[in-house]
Design a binder for this molecule. Structure first.
Ligand code: ARG
Length: 458
């Protein structure tokens, strides 16, 4: 067991159970590189401000750079007997440069140090998540472009509703993912304030330069209040909330694709390389990846609840409870990254079942609103038009007839305004082409939107 940073005041060793229970090195080791980078900036500042001799500062920085190299090469030995990542790096530095290492912890505490490490981690991971989310948008756009002319039945209440372009449906995903990116960027803004130098909770009597450290580490500025700095975890909650919403979106996309891949829908075929089989039913080809994406939402939302409950009613300033914010944060980041990565690949491995879809869009109930709007254009009120078309649909269903097979006389029975030209709109292409309102599914608008996204995401 290495000597604790705070061991001297203690008249005896801590119980081994207490050590085990309080240790965080098993998970905060992931913050090692941020911890070292933060320490390098801190040491430089201490030297610049003449709080420690320049020579010691240089030696600390050199030692920390060597540690950074070891970390990057996987040669750093984490000591499980050393309480946390901060003690681990401190011990390693002592082994490299001797007593000068003792000066590194001047004018800081682990309370502001851990806040700094996590903020650096969050900022970097948000950048990674933004890139992955954009990559998923691009992967969806490639799929949309490949199938730009495909029309599918759209659904409300999971009942056949109206024709839409598949690309329009896919652009809805792109739109939602764009909002996700703005939420992540927003969370990053709040993580971009540098807490180091707040020390335990009240600041320090030593002449530190916090603005310098903030600049060195690429933060927008230093935090303003030392008490808030050591206990603010809003940026974690906000990141987890953004991740929760992303995961909800991913689960909904997954659910669409699961439905579409069923025999009942037969809109898409997912490549064998992204499906699994059944150990008992030889005929099965299951969309397990999509189901696991759908199922992962519980985990992410659990992570968010975990931290929200952790923070509730916590007294101001630092409390050790805060150590427990990291496992759920890491878990959510890892899980969502995994979900995004597999989704990016999966979109390249789906093909459209053109014939099955073509058969489905012959269903004339898809055009009922188009007939209503045809009548409205001829001066009939919405309510009346709705009744007229309702009667037509009901009669045709009862008699097993198609609206397109009704002759002129039969049409006129429902309304004198119904001319033979109504039959021209009873097909999927006409139906989507009519939806020219801004944001609607008309091919021209959808194409314009698709290319706008492609340009924007380049
Ligand atoms: N492991 C702690 C955490 O994650 C670091 C700060 C510990 N501070 C302290 N005074 N015990 O929050």
């Amino acid at each position: 067991m290495t000597k604790k940073l705070w061991g001297t005041r203690f008249s005896k060793n801590t119980n081994s159970l207490a050590d085990k229970f309080t240790s965080s090195i098993s998970f905060d080791k992931r913050l090692a590189e941020y911890d070292v980078l933060g320490s390098i900036a801190h040491a430089k500042m201490l030297g610049k401000q003449k709080i420690i001799p320049k020579a010691d500062a240089n030696s600390i920085v050199a030692g920390l750079n060597a540690i950074l190299k070891d970390l990057k090469n996987g040669r750093f030995n984490f000591d499980a007997g050393s309480e946390d990542i901060h003690s681990n790096i401190q011990d390693a530095l002592f082994k490299k440069i001797g007593k000068a290492a003792f000066k590194l912890h001047t004018a800081r505490s682990r309370n502001d140090q851990i806040a700094l490490d996590v903020k650096m981690y969050v900022k970097e991971e948000i950048d990674n998540l933004l890139e992955l989310t954009a990559d998923l948008q691009k992967s969806i756009l490639i799929f949309a472009k490949k199938n730009a002319k495909t029309i599918i039945p759209g659904y409300t209440h999971l009942q056949v509703a109206q024709c839409v372009l598949l690309a329009h449906h896919l652009l809805a995903y792109v739109e939602a993912l764009e909002r996700d990116k703005t939420r992540l960027l927003d969370a990053k803004k709040r993580a971009d304030l540098m807490p180091l130098g707040s020390c335990a909770m009240s600041g320090t009597a030593l002449g530190i330069d916090r603005a310098y450290v903030a600049k060195e580490l690429g933060f927008k500025s230093a935090t303003q209040n030392s008490i808030d700095s050591v206990c603010d975890r809003d940026f974690i909650i906000e990141t987890l909330a953004a991740l929760s919403i992303i995961s909800v979106h991913l689960s909904r996309i997954a659910e669409d694709l699961i439905l579409w891949s069923t025999k009942e829908f037969s809109f898409i075929d997912i490549d064998f390389s992204f499906c699994t089989g059944s150990s008992i039913m030889p005929h099965k080809k299951n969309p397990d990846i999509l189901e696991l994406i759908r199922g992962s939402v519980g985990r992410i939302q659990g992570d968010l609840s975990n931290v929200l409950i952790l923070m509730k009613g916590l007294p101001s300033s630092y409390n050790r409870d805060l150590q427990l914010d990291k496992p759920p944060l890491f878990d959510a980041v890892d899980t969502v990254k995994g979900m995004l990565e597999i989704f990016i690949a999966l979109f390249g491995n789906i093909v459209i079942e053109k014939e099955a879809i073509a058969a489905k869009i012959l269903d004339e109930s898809l055009f009922s609103v188009d007939i209503v709007e045809y009548l409205i254009k001829k001066g009939i009120s919405y309510r009346e038009a709705h009744d007229i078309v309702g009667r037509m649909v009901r009669d045709c269903l009862d008699k097993g007839k198609k609206i397109s097979s009704l002759n002129d006389k039969e049409l006129k029975k429902y309304s004198v305004k119904l001319g033979p030209d109504v039959k021209r709109i009873l097909n999927a292409w006409a139906s989507v082409s009519l939806k020219k309102s801004f944001g609607g599914t008309s091919p021209k608008l959808v194409e314009k939107q698709m290319y706008a996204w492609i340009r924007r995401l380049k």
